[in-house]
Design a protein. Structure first.
Length: 145
């Protein structure tokens, strides 16, 4: 009888504990962004980025490979909508090479969090041959609410 009571108590405790939602995760593919035919050969390479939103802090990590020149910078940017470029809202760290990693954490305001949830934030990777953007990776929630 004691075991049945203990099992029932454990079950009651486990089912009464509130389930907390995990921090939202986002991901995107870094794709070359040719600006026109004259820059097409300079904006090559691929990569992946992922981001975790914890409170108002977005932590970004990723990798890239196959650039035609060394990466020079990475930025978090906010567009009006997915695919629409916008201004930088924070700087990230990028390996200064043709293959490497991207990382960093940025505190977001309410407008940036809303944009993130609608797919309006992206990572821009710049390179020596494409200083205005070699690749973009739009952050999407793979499991939207």
């Amino acid at each position: 009888m004691k075991r049945m009571i203990s099992g029932a108590v454990v079950f009651a405790i486990l089912t009464a504990v509130p389930v907390f939602a995990a921090d939202p995760q986002f991901e995107g593919e870094l794709d070359p962004v040719p600006h026109d035919n004259s820059t097409r050969d300079n904006v090559v390479g691929t990569g992946m980025v992922s981001a975790l939103l914890s409170g108002n802090t977005l932590t970004v990590s990723g990798n890239f490979a196959g650039l035609s020149s060394a990466a020079t910078a990475a930025h978090l940017k906010m567009g009006l909508a997915m695919g629409v470029p916008g201004p930088s809202i924070g700087d990230l760290t990028a390996t200064q090479a043709t293959d490497g990693k991207i990382s960093g954490s940025i505190k977001l305001n309410a407008a940036a969090i809303a944009a993130l949830k609608k797919g309006g934030l992206y990572v821009e990777l710049d390179s020596a041959n494409a200083p205005d953007g070699n690749s973009w990776g739009w952050l999407e929630n793979p499991e939207p609410n």
